[in-house]
Design a protein around this ligand. Structure first.
Ligand code: FRU
Length: 499
């Protein structure tokens, strides 16, 4: 194995020196955070030697985006993670400006292959600089990786004529019986986005097959971080488009996430049957999936969004976290998401109430907390009389509150975190359509200190939000406009995490 480069060694030394000093309050209890500094996209979420590995976009030196490294963790159960030293640093001529997103796979000889985007800036005669993106490989043993001499393995020469070499990134690799495949985001000549599919016999030498999907300006522009998999008899393609225009309440402006469900034809082009948002919250981007040892398809995403990611509170040492890993399935043509079932192994005290009548603001003894899994089942108290709204207040104290409101007649859930402690005038409210009937809705809120992940009707929809509220604000209350009955089940989530 080649010696670790100075750039990588510097990052690893920095980690050793400063990770121990990150204050515990800054870390989520069971969500992945970076060792130190900044993180964005999950990378290389994959199985290796009986464990699950997760890498991520990483700038250790400050809690802001910088020349990208890869951070690294592994787990047995998606909840307790072991942190490993930084895996990649921008230390070669072809990736000197960043090791951008990519993926990982176990090779037949037991080594682990990383495929990532190398970024190389070049200055042109007119004084402008351009960042060229190529695909690169590194092979290692689960801790140390050597970049291959044949890098870069995919360049401008390998993409369709007229497509941009400046927007060619985020390879996601998988293996089928006959060969390895990879999907990679690229910008075609019309300036929008497409996902190219490549094939390889040995995972080292790659050939373009063609576009798996293109957007022609629909669903945003450049498509970042594609992920493809088969699930429940369907072909599924996830992409994270830049520059979305809003479409009703389904897609919001800016960086979004899109799930396309359909069937691949013989040219491996996706014939779409259904297209919808993956997550309806504010803080969710660049999801990546793996197939677990027991066959489940598990997805994890960056719990942030580019448009809100520059809102770091002053003085923090780590910024950015991942969502909970979520189990995926398809129901009625839609992607269903549930927190991994392993979360239940960490259930502490249970508090449950049934048939609680609700109108004015109500606090239930024992129902509070900021590291909890809380499910509320709501229905009209008198079946034939519809209520106007149900509201759940979370992370509440005298000054702060985050609200989840359901309006049955409009069929809309509205989450408002504008009083959660952010000191930035960024997006704080999201509304999205839900598919509840007769005023019955099931809301599951997973809170982990500075985040809220909401799952509606057993994962029919998910909505993810970062909260800035101090963890001492842990009051929960419920109210209704009209007559409502509700059941409540709350578990504390308990475990020790060693850093
Ligand atoms: C998505 C993304 C990727 C890129 C990476 C850079 O969030 O923009 O397209 O590889 O982040 O950090």
């Amino acid at each position: 194995m080649r010696m670790t480069s100075q750039t990588l060694q510097k990052a690893r030394d920095f980690e050793k020196q400063y990770i121990p000093f990150v204050p515990e309050e800054e870390r989520a209890q069971f969500h992945v955070t970076g060792g130190i500094g900044w993180i964005n996209d999950p990378n290389g979420f994959s199985t290796y030697k009986g464990e699950y590995h997760l890498f991520h976009q990483y700038y250790p030196y400050e809690p802001i985006w910088g020349p990208m490294h890869w951070g690294h963790l592994k787990t047995h159960d998606f909840i307790q993670w072991e942190r490993l030293p930084a895996a990649l640093a921008p230390d070669m001529p072809y990736d000197k400006n960043g090791c951008f997103s990519g993926s990982a796979i176990e090779l037949p000889d037991g080594r682990q292959l990383l495929m990532y985007t190398g970024v190389r800036e070049e200055r042109h005669a007119d004084g402008s600089t351009r960042a060229y993106q190529t695909q690169c490989l590194a092979i290692g043993d689960g801790v140390n990786y050597e970049k291959l001499d044949i890098n870069p393995v995919l360049t401008e020469k390998d993409i369709p004529r007229g497509n941009s070499a400046l927007d060619f990134r985020d390879p996601k690799i998988w293996k089928e019986e006959d060969a390895y495949y990879a999907v990679i985001g690229n910008r075609p000549a019309d300036g929008s986005g497409s996902v190219l599919i490549f094939r390889s016999e040995d995972a080292l030498h790659w050939q373009l097959l063609g576009p798996m999907a293109s957007n022609h300006g629909q669903y945003g522009m450049m498509w970042e971080c594609p992920d493809y998999f088969r699930l429940d008899g369907k072909d599924v393609l996830l992409v994270s488009p830049q520059e979305m225009s809003p479409i009703g309440l389904e897609f919001h402006a800016g960086n979004g996430t899109v799930c396309m469900i359909g069937q691949l034809n013989e040219q491996k082009h996706l014939i779409r049957e259904n297209v919808h948002a993956i997550d309806y919250g504010i803080d969710f981007y660049a999801p990546q999936t793996l197939k677990a040892f027991d066959g489940r398809r598990i997805m994890i995403a960056w719990m942030q969004n580019w448009d809100t990611s520059r809102s770091q509170p002053k003085g923090i040492r780590i910024w950015g976290q991942m969502t909970l890993p979520r189990e995926l399935s398809i129901r009625d043509g839609r992607l269903i998401q549930q927190p991994v079932r392993e979360l239940q192994n960490y259930y502490g005290e249970k508090i449950a109430y049934r048939n609680v009548p609700l109108s004015t603001e109500t606090i239930l003894t024992g129902v509070r907390g900021r590291v909890i899994d809380l499910t509320v089942n709501v229905r009209p108290a008198n079946g034939s009389v519809m209520y106007r709204s149900f509201r759940m207040n979370l992370a509440k104290d005298g000054e702060h509150v985050t609200t989840i409101k359901y309006k049955p007649e409009q069929g809309i859930v509205r989450v408002d975190r504008s009083r959660c402690g952010f000191r930035f005038d960024i997006v704080h409210v999201r509304e999205f359509p839900v598919y509840s009937k007769n005023g019955c809705i099931k809301l599951r809120a997973v809170l982990d200190k500075h985040s809220l992940e909401l799952f509606v009707n057993d994962g029919e929809q998910a909505a993810t939000f970062v909260l800035h509220t101090d963890v001492s604000a842990d009051v929960i209350s419920f109210e209704a406009d009209g007559e409502v009955l509700m059941d409540v089940e709350k578990y504390d989530l308990v475990f020790n995490r060693d850093e």
